[in-house]
Structure formats: C-alpha cells, structure tokens
Write a protein of this length. Structure first.
Lengths: 94, 155
C-alpha cells in the first residue's frame, strides 16, 4: 500500500487545484499549497474516510492558536502524514 | 414554511442520531413577498430555498447529535439536483441523513420529496461552531422544540 504521505498528497491533489508535484514533504498545507479552510474541510473528510479515523482538526487548531504547538507540527505535509499514521495506528480494531 | 423568515420546516416527524425527517408546506402565493419576485406571474419556490430547507434539516440533525452545544452552519453544497418545480401550497417531506461527523464539521445527504415524487437532493457539509451568544443557542433549542424535537435544557 502507498505511504500515508502519498495517500494524503493524492487526496489533496484530487480535492483541490494543487498540482500533485507541488505537494512535497516539506510543503505547508496552508502557506505553501494555498489550501483554504473550506478546501481543508473537504480534504479532512476524504482523509477521515480513507483512513477510517476522525482527524481532530479542532483540537489541533486550538493547540496552534493557544501557542501550545507550532502550526508546522500539524500542517507541514510530512508531519501531517505522521499524525495521520499515528491516528490510524491508534484506532480500535474493527 | 415562512419563507421571508427562513423558517423552512414546519414539523419534525422523526429523528435519531443519523436521520431526520420533517414536513413543510409551501405557503400560498397571494401576498407572499418571495413569490411576488420569484416570479412575477409565475410563483415558483426558489431552488436556493429548497437547498436551504435541506440545510436546515441537516443542521437540526447535527445540532441534536451535538447536544445543541454547537451552531451548525452551511459550508458547502455538492451535486445539488433540482428535479421538479415546486409550486405554492405544495406539501414537502425533507429527509437528512448523517454521512460523517468529523471534528468541527459534518457531511450529510438530504433530499426533498412531494407526494412521493423526487424534488431535489444534495450532499452538504456543515461546520459546527461555538454559538456567538447564549441567546442564539437558546433560540435554536426553542426552535427545535417548536418543531417537535425533544431538547434538553441548557447545561
């Protein structure tokens, strides 16, 4: 199976107008790829479905806004992929 | 329906965590400002208000699911199909079904039928935001009670 990074990058390319080749591990989803909040909702919905998880976007946003966590921890592609892998690994077995 | 007040739903017939069914009656054309403009000489229920009706059904479903702790707001409308004309005094049944509840958002499908005939359907995304004021939260609870839903008192 493709890596979490590739699966997420494919989702972003399919869901938004961002060319697949622009979606690199170092790309910041918002600052570099220009994903706005509505596109990000569509992307999160697709990730939720693809990985069978519930991406805790609200908690992440609160963490960033409160200064507890740098935005890069969640919104740089390689880190986002790591967070998604962690969530997928932690989900209960069906 | 009180179109000019955006009160699209008259009564909730059934609701659980995943589905809400409600009914509405389109008002008569005479004296209605919406039908005066849409359209002169040919009163027709605006398609955007049919979408609003589906959004409200979805919003009430999501609000109930979240214990009326968040305010649902329409974020996107996908694949909307408006299949048949809706005239004044039509009786409509609107059904909203939860597809996915995410973190701070939900996706539903919704449809409207009239006497068993398909009128429209769509997929909707709603954000679930904190209420900007306790008064608005109370208004939503009151509105849902008036529609026949069981609503807990505010915590």
């Amino acid at each position: 199976m493709a890596s979490a990074f590739d699966r997420i990058a494919d989702i972003i390319a399919e869901t938004s107008d961002v060319p697949r080749e622009k979606i690199t591990p170092e790309a910041h989803v918002i600052n570099d790829l220009g994903i706005d909040s509505l596109d990000f909702l569509d992307i999160v919905f697709a990730i939720d479905k693809e990985f069978g998880i519930k991406v805790p976007v609200e908690a992440w946003t609160q963490d960033v806004n409160a200064g507890r966590t740098p935005a890069e921890t969640y919104f740089v592609m390689k880190n986002l992929a790591t967070r998604i892998e962690e969530l997928a690994a932690a989900k209960p077995a069906p | 329906m009180r179109l000019e007040y955006f009160e699209m739903i008259d009564r909730v017939i059934a609701v659980d965590d995943d589905r809400l069914v409600a009914e509405c009656r389109v008002p008569p054309a005479a004296g209605n400002p919406v039908f005066a403009g849409h359209m002169p000489g040919f009163p027709l229920m605006p398609g955007v208000l049919l979408i609003e009706t589906m959004a409200q059904a979805s919003g009430f479903l999501l609000a109930r699911r979240l214990g009326f702790s968040r305010m649902p707001l329409l974020a996107s409308v996908k694949e909307a199909k408006l299949r048949s004309l809706v005239l004044p005094e039509a009786t409509l049944e609107v059904e909203a079904t939860m597809v996915h509840e995410g973190s701070g958002y939900a996706v539903t499908t919704a449809r409207i039928t009239s006497n068993g005939k398909r009128v429209c359907e769509t997929e909707l995304t709603l954000r679930a935001l904190p209420f900007p004021s306790p008064e608005l939260a109370q208004l939503l609870r009151d509105r849902c009670r008036a529609l026949g839903m069981t609503v807990p008192e505010a915590a």
